[in-house]
Design a protein around this ligand. Sequence first.
Ligand code: DCT
Ligand code: MG
Length: 396
Amino acid sequence: CMEAGRPVDSEMKYRLMEQDQAPPLNTPEPEVPSFIASKVSQYSCQRKTTLNNHNKKFTDAFEIMAENYEFKENEIFCLEFLRAASVLKFLPFPVTRMKDIQGLPCMGDRARDVIEEIIEEGESSRAKEVLNDERYKSFKQFTSVFGVGVKTSEKWYRMGLRTLEEVKADKTLKLSKMQKAGFLYYEDLVSCVSKAEADAVSLIVKNTVCTFLPDALVTITGGFRRGKKIGHDIDFLITNPGPREDDELLHKGLLLYCDIIESTFVKEQLPSRKVDAMDNFQKCFAILKLYQPRVNNSSYNTSKNFDMAEVKDWKAIRVDLVITPFEQYAYALLGWTGSRQFGRDLRRYAAHEKKMILDNHALYDRRERIFLKAGSEEEIFTHLGLDYVEPWERNA
Ligand code: DCT
Ligand code: MG
């Protein structure tokens, strides 16, 4: 199997080397070198956002606010906080005074109020209120289950259910196959996936895909491609469908859950205009069994605990497999690498600034009425007239 892209670690080293060479000596150092607030684009696809967030105390509060609005299905306020968070994640310095955010895009009144309070009080009373809110707390628990979204949470909440214990105890509820798997492997799935686990799963997936498609391209996308060290799942992009790659995993008993979504792609169809649309690729939302022999600490193996049957030597891990035709690979890679906010802004930028429609399959030029082909992510940025943004700079 070929592996697309360079390993993240060497990418990081490369970036650090570049930076090491950058600052010239003996020049008077301004407080914030070459930073002009009014030049910051409102689109995160025109900004470089690494994982080095100088404003976590603000962005954490914003993300809590955004999530609460998401639970209330208030998309406008939700996006307002997500956009503000994204701008602060990009800032090369920590905000300490209101003056620091002067001239920045996406700073609405609601966001400014939160910033002001955090500067003055050290924390946001609004974010704290949300964290203590009964509805928020219930939705947070409910949506932590694989297969449970805002709609299901709403239904359960309206039924008077408040905790997962209450949901589990209610035998009248009809759970989907996905939700049943979500409850069955709950403890494993809520604990984050580490980079080491992602690498181990990556080997399994690559080896399995190779058995069927020796030339297949298997790439880790999502947060791990952007350099994150933890994630809630592992996202893979696989080119060339061919025989179904999941059968082998099923055969080995490694596939604990698998929901195959068949491709819904219609060739004549224009790219979707919806900025938050799902794509039409064949995909598989899976839960994989990752064996990880526990180091048996003998001092704990006293008579009471010495029941070998109780020792679980594996962890359930959420894996998304997305299969794409080769011609659409670059578009799928760009979309599935994320971040969500980066993807949203790419599509918004394409639509509003370029009269183009971008999705995970293609880019359509509405003026020329043609689909623009791309063999790499770089070519897509060029089509859009954007400077290239490396995966680890897409943590918007
Ligand atoms: N994505 C997409 N279409 C979907 C779902 C996701 O284009 N229907 C994109 C957006 C981000 C990327 O795929 C990966 O999605 P997640 O796994 O949800 O996000 P992540 O950045 O990998 O975060 P996490 O670390 O929590 O997995
Ligand atoms: Mg992910």
